[in-house]
Design a protein around this ligand. Structure first.
Ligand SMILES: Cc1cc2nc3c(=O)[nH]c(=O)nc-3n(C[C@H](O)[C@H](O)[C@H](O)COP(=O)(O)OP(=O)(O)OC[C@H]3O[C@@H](n4cnc5c(N)ncnc54)[C@H](O)[C@@H]3O)c2cc1C
Length: 296
């Protein structure tokens, strides 16, 4: 099934994101966690792709294993910056041959440690070009793109940024998944700005709870633009162990999800970091055993 078909059939989606592990133990642990998450009945799951193709085969292998060993719909992330057009075409063709029908088309980040880095002459510079290429080659594929409620650092002009997002949608994107955010007002404002720009596809809210203080610093580094509100920092600063940081972070994320559901968000995407506990606890704290119960 494609994500477009799923979104057309439901007013509210719930998706979980994983990354391809590096070690055998990591694979075992991930599949245990996936088994724990299965009762929550996600609408689909997605698998990240390492910048510049560093996880090319592992992403493919994880997507294939999920499709073969579970009844879950899998979405393969794919970044274009740094790859040639042939390389990208080869990756997509392999997915199509294996009945993978869903791609999250991303720009990806140029390597930070190479100051005079230049894109491949025949490669793609922006995700919009990748979306157009996929749709031209394989119109049957469902393609999602990334959105940034608090803005993307490479485009300080917020108006231009929404224009670029509109270009991705006009190129054929079926839905948008947002970067994680901690203040729902940023998401609502983003949705309104998209509406004004004529962006009509579902905008799925990216949620990731703070689980450790160290993790919080990492999130601030990696999640371009994500702001940690003072109210959240105050909550976290009271916790005297990582166990209690996790309790506070999960409480915050649960409140975010509750508020998003009350305000008719189109979908929630959980960045799971390959663990099941936080996502399960968010569901439990909202009084449900599976995604279907949110629809009642
Ligand atoms: C849900 C989600 C999942 C992600 N998964 C991954 C992953 O698996 N692997 C990974 O490496 N990264 C991933 N990322 C991170 C993402 O690759 C980076 O944040 C990247 O910097 C931006 O990607 P993009 O797809 O938005 O790129 P783009 O849409 O190409 O945008 C990048 C920047 O360029 C600007 N821009 C776009 N088009 C144009 C244009 N035509 N002219 C001028 N400027 C333009 C945009 O405004 C933006 O500032 C993910 C992000 C999200 C939100």
């Amino acid at each position: 099934m494609t994500v477009k078909e799923i979104l057309d059939a439901t007013p509210l989606s719930f998706s979980f994101e994983f990354f391809p592990p590096r070690t055998e133990d990591g694979w075992d642990s991930l599949f245990h966690n996936i088994a724990d998450l299965m009762p929550l009945k996600p609408s689909w799951v997605s698998v990240t792709y390492g910048a510049g193709g560093s996880t090319r085969d592992r992403t493919h292998d994880l997507v294939m294993r999920i499709q073969k060993e579970t009844n879950l719909t899998a979405v393969a992330h794919l970044t274009c910056v740094g790859s040639s057009q042939d390389e990208i075409a080869g990756i997509i063709d392999r997915y199509v041959k294996n009945d993978v029908l869903n791609i999250l088309a991303l720009g990806g980040d140029p390597p930070k440690d190479i100051p005079d880095w230049k894109p491949q002459p025949d490669g793609f510079r922006y995700a919009g070009e990748l979306v157009g290429f996929i749709k031209q080659q394989h119109p049957q594929l469902s393609v999602g793109v990334a959105g940034f409620p608090e803005g993307h650092p490479a485009t300080p002009n917020r108006l231009m940024e929404i224009d670029h997002l509109k270009d991705k949608v006009d190129a054929g994107a079926d839905y948008i998944i947002t970067q994680l955010f901690f203040d729902n007002r940023d998401y609502y404002d983003f949705c309104e700005r998209c509406e004004i720009a004529g962006i009509r596809v579902p905008i799925i809210a990216g949620i990731m709870p703070v689980l450790t203080k160290k993790g919080m610093y990492r999130m601030a580094e990696l999640a371009a633009g994500a702001r940690l509100p003072a109210r959240l920092l105050k909550l976290i600063s009271r916790a005297d162990s990582d166990d209690y940081v996790a309790k506070a972070g999960i409480h915050w994320a649960s409140e975010q999800v509750r508020d998003l559901l009350d305000n008719e968000a189109r979908g929630i995407h959980f960045f799971t970091l390959n663990k099941s506990r936080a996502t399960i606890q968010i569901y439990e704290s909202l009084g449900v055993r599976s995604s279907e119960q949110f629809l009642r």
